[in-house]
Design a protein around this ligand. Structure first.
Ligand SMILES: [Zn+2]
Length: 341
């Protein structure tokens, strides 16, 4: 047994060697871990450095943004100041303009007041009713030519209000339906002309008589009245017809009689076809009737608004003269002008 020959000193040497080896191994391990540790430390410090750099960058950015915010808010403030300054400037301009408007309004009101006090329109002046003329025993025949018109219904209302009857010498037109109203409300309907076109109706005897027949037929159709009273356009004395047919009025004034008509001229007028466009002017015209005549035939036109406006005063004036109103019938003594053609 060889083992049995190993001496104690050899064993001791082996143990020493083994311990030495163990020591060397431990030292190597320690060195290895020491190196590793130092590497880790390095990495850690590098990471810390990077974090610090990042933080400083972040801080830089934050402070940069803060300064931008500050800059913007100061700009905003300056704009707000500017706007408020401009607003106050505009407000002062508005105040100034309002002041001017007030001043102009006052001036206008003053001018209007002056105008009203210096130039009173005719319609606003009090009407001076002409002195009544003794008219006891006289009959006044109010006659309206050229209608019906848009004013005819209102004229009929005025006549109703005063209980007065009148005579309407009508023409053909867009208010033909009012003819029935005229008749139904107790007035007389007479013939004037179908076309009221002088050039046409006075161009020949035949033309005139055809026109007369046409208006006769319209009135008959609208009202059932076979009209017998009539009035020539321009009156029996008109000379306009001379231009179109010499002597036509001489012939027609006879011819209509032969056909059973009675024609009526007038011996008074309200002047509504001669520019009398106010109550006062029409009253002045109406007061100029022939004092010796017992029959007063007043020419008016129901196509004129001033006539509608003056009618109440005209009626009141004739009433104040003591006259009575009536309608024209074939039995009323006609008023005829001198035939001039
Ligand atoms: Zn006429």
């Amino acid at each position: 047994m060889k083992f049995a020959t190993i001496s104690k000193s050899t064993i001791f040497k082996i143990i020493i060697i083994a311990l030495s080896l163990l020591l060397v191994a431990s030292a190597a391990t320690a060195v290895y871990f020491g190196v590793q540790y130092s590497k880790t430390q390095d990495n850690l410090s590098k990471a810390n450095e990077q974090i610090e750099q990042g933080e400083s960058l972040l801080n830089d950015k934050v402070s940069e943004n803060e300064s931008l915010v500050e800059q913007h808010s100061s700009e905003k403030q300056s704009y707000e100041n500017k706007i408020s300054q401009e607003n106050s400037e505009h407000q002062s301009e508005v105040d100034k303009l309002n002041g001017q408007i007030d001043k102009l309004k006052k001036e206008l009101a003053a001018k209007l007041t002056t105008n009203i006090s210096t130039t009173v329109p005719d319609s606003a002046k009090p009407v001076v009713v002409p002195e009544p003329i003794q008219g006891q025993g006289k009959t006044v025949y109010l006659t309206f030519d050229d209608g019906p018109s848009q004013y005819t219904p209102a004229i009929l209302d005025v006549l109703d209000k005063y209980g007065v009857k009148a005579t309407f010498f009508v023409v053909n037109g867009k208010y033909n339906k009012t003819m029935k109203d005229i008749v139904d409300r107790g007035h007389q309907i007479g013939l004037h002309t179908y076309s009221h076109n002088y050039k046409q109706i006075y161009s020949s005897d035949e033309a005139y008589l055809t026109d007369l027949q046409k208006i006769h037929d319209v009135v008959y159709k609208e009202t059932g009245v076979d009209a017998t009273v009539m009035r020539f356009p321009g009156g029996g004395s008109n000379t306009v017809s001379k231009k179109y047919s010499k002597g036509i009025m001489t012939r027609m004034t006879k011819a209509v009689g032969e056909k059973g008509y009675v024609y009526y001229d007038w011996n008074c007028s309200n002047g509504d076809a001669d520019g009398a466009n106010t109550v006062q002017k029409q009253l002045n015209y109406c007061s100029k009737f022939p004092k010796s005549a017992s029959t007063i035939i007043v020419l008016m036109h129901d196509t004129k608004k001033p006539t509608l406006e003056a009618l109440p005063k005209i009626i009141e004036y004739y009433q104040s003269c003591g006259m009575t109103f009536d309608v024209l019938t074939p039995f009323v003594q006609p008023v005829h002008h001198k035939v001039l053609n």
